[in-house]
Design a protein around this ligand. Structure first.
Ligand SMILES: *Cc1c(COP(=O)(O)O)cnc(C)c1O
Length: 505
């Protein structure tokens, strides 16, 4: 099987594969001008040549269609990528975000001309408040990580406003997503790692020992990345609050909680939502993220600026709609993003998803997500070791290794590709050796889950009978096993290199 470098070399240097340009070919025909020709541009602005590829429409369509066939997507098959929530994205979302009234508006238009957009944003803020139990929501952040950064900034602003300047430490469980410590590090705070206990909960003794008056707060993912609901979450929150800290919830993945538990009611002060995970916005190369943040009463005044608000009340009896506009929180941490967040790509799609399901439908999502994950866990238990073996929420973590075999999680994942499944998340969370983190989501039916189980059981057999088959997988894709180290160290994101590439570098 050719390794990645030979495969890439073949693409880069083989002109018949990638360099399709031919002088004079074109994909457009311009009509004859029906206005007098303008004066030509000044000489100094003219370029003698513009080295763009010259291609007919059919060449371009075939080129990109061919490239897309190298790929795998949730529209093609099962994608149990834990924590990332690759649920199916209903196509009605694509219709709504392309409605001309949304598509052809500009964020700098006068508010009177974009009342529909503002009404949608206002209502989405209200719905997210209702779903999460928070007092206020900003839609600005571009993704989960930026939501975290915004939330932690508000926590810091809150302590600073009270003159409480000793607080520099953020408590983060060892199961946390890597963005948590990264967001905290960007603000110059110290990360204190809190270990998990043997049931996958926050270790209460370690937490007690870490709580003091230098603590900004704690960032907790619940259910955590093991897919487990912390059995002492109320105690954890109480301990953090007792030492004057604030409680941050990582709500990237709310699938298990929708319509069942509201983090605001549990006592969290701030939380980001990943609309691109929980609320079916395409992501991972498919579209922009969106990471709104909800806050409790005491952080309301610190929300990013601006929020969408009602600036003139309507009157239902008079059939008079309210006037929506922008409002500035009193001690706002400022603007987090150009304009107002990812409006069409993120907010309109998530709004559609929530509207389509309604409160009962959202609860169904949570119940099916949890049922599907537990079904897979029950079917794989015994063949694959489940290190924290209890009822899981929307995902669970298995170990991708077998007694007396040197097959690793990576080999299992690569072999799954041959069975036409996207692999689960590998090697995360870090506290499980050879982790395979499996999140089926609510959108998969039993047939798909059964086929996945069958493939996983078959692979476990192959690990004993023919380990080499796994170690050299995948065998059915255009490219075989990648050299992962080389791919990370010598990343080439652009397969097409212009002819004068050498002189540019
Ligand atoms: C995905 C994820 C994040 C980060 O979200 P991005 O939108 O990728 O920045 C944070 N925490 C958890 C638990 C996640 O799954």
């Amino acid at each position: 099987m050719a390794d990645i470098s030979t495969a890439l070399d073949a693409i880069i240097v083989e002109p018949t594969v990638f360099e399709l340009s031919s002088p004079g070919r074109t994909g457009t025909t311009m009509p004859a001008a029906d206005v007098p020709a303008a004066d030509s541009l000044p000489e100094h602005l003219l370029r003698s040549e513009l080295p763009l590829p010259e291609l007919a429409e059919v060449d371009v369509v075939r080129h990109f269609t061919r490239l897309s066939q190298f790929n795998y997507s949730v529209d093609e098959g099962f994608y149990p990528l834990g924590s990332c929530t690759m649920k199916y994205n209903p196509k009605i979302n694509e219709d709504t975000c392309r409605l001309p009234g949304f598509l052809f508006t500009h964020p700098l238009q006068p508010i009177e001309t974009v009342q529909g957009n503002l009404a949608l944003m206002f209502e989405l803020q209200e719905w997210l408040k209702e779903i999460s139990g928070f007092a206020g929501v900003t839609l600005q952040p571009a993704a989960g990580a930026q939501g975290e950064f915004s939330g932690v900034l508000m926590m810091a602003a809150y302590h600073k406003m009270r003159g409480d300047t000793k607080r520099v430490k953020m408590l983060i469980p060892d199961a946390a997503h890597g963005t948590n410590p990264a967001s905290v590090g960007m603000l110059g705070m110290q990360v204190v790692t809190i270990p998990s206990d043997e049931r996958g909960n926050v270790n209460l003794e370690a937490l007690k020992a870490a709580c003091d008056d230098t603590v900004v707060g704690m960032m907790l993912t619940n259910p955590n990345t093991l897919g487990l609901f912390d059995e002492h979450v109320e105690e954890v929150i109480r301990l953090v609050k007792d030492c004057g800290g604030l409680m941050y919830g990582d709500g990237a993945n709310l699938n298990a909680l929708l319509g069942i538990v509201r983090p605001g009611d549990l006592g969290f002060d701030v939380m980001h939502f990943n609309l691109h995970k929980t609320f079916a916005v395409p992501h991972g190369g498919g579209g922009p993220g969106s990471g709104p943040v909800g806050v409790s009463e005491r952080l309301l005044d610190f929300l990013p600026n601006p929020l969408v608000g009602i600036i003139e009340e309507g009157d239902e009896e008079e059939d008079l709609a309210p006037l929506y506009g922008f409002v500035t929180p009193k001690h706002s941490i400022g603007r987090m993003k150009a304009f107002h967040g990812h409006f069409g790509g993120g907010l309109v799609r998530a709004y559609t998803y929530i509207a389509m399901h309604g409160p009962d439908g959202l609860k169904d999502i949570a119940q099916h997500a949890v049922l599907n994950a537990n079904y897979l866990q029950a079917k794989l238990r015994g063949t694959y070791r489940i290190p924290f073996d209890r009822i899981c929420m929307h995902e669970f973590v298995a170990e991708g290794r077998f007694e007396g075999s040197d097959v690793r999680a990576l080999d299992i994942s690569k072999r799954l590709i041959d069975y036409k499944f996207h692999p689960p998340t590998n090697y995360f969370p870090l506290i499980v050796p050879e982790a395979l983190m499996i999140e089926p989501t609510e959108t998969e039916n039993k047939d798909t889950l059964d086929r996945f189980v069958e493939a996983m059981l078959k692979i476990a057999e192959e690990a004993q009978s023919d380990p080499e088959l796994l170690k050299s997988a995948p065998h059915t894709t255009r490219f075989g096993r990648m050299d992962e180290v080389k791919a990370a160290r010598e990343l080439i994101l652009c397969c097409w290199l212009p002819e004068n590439y050498e002189s540019l570098t």
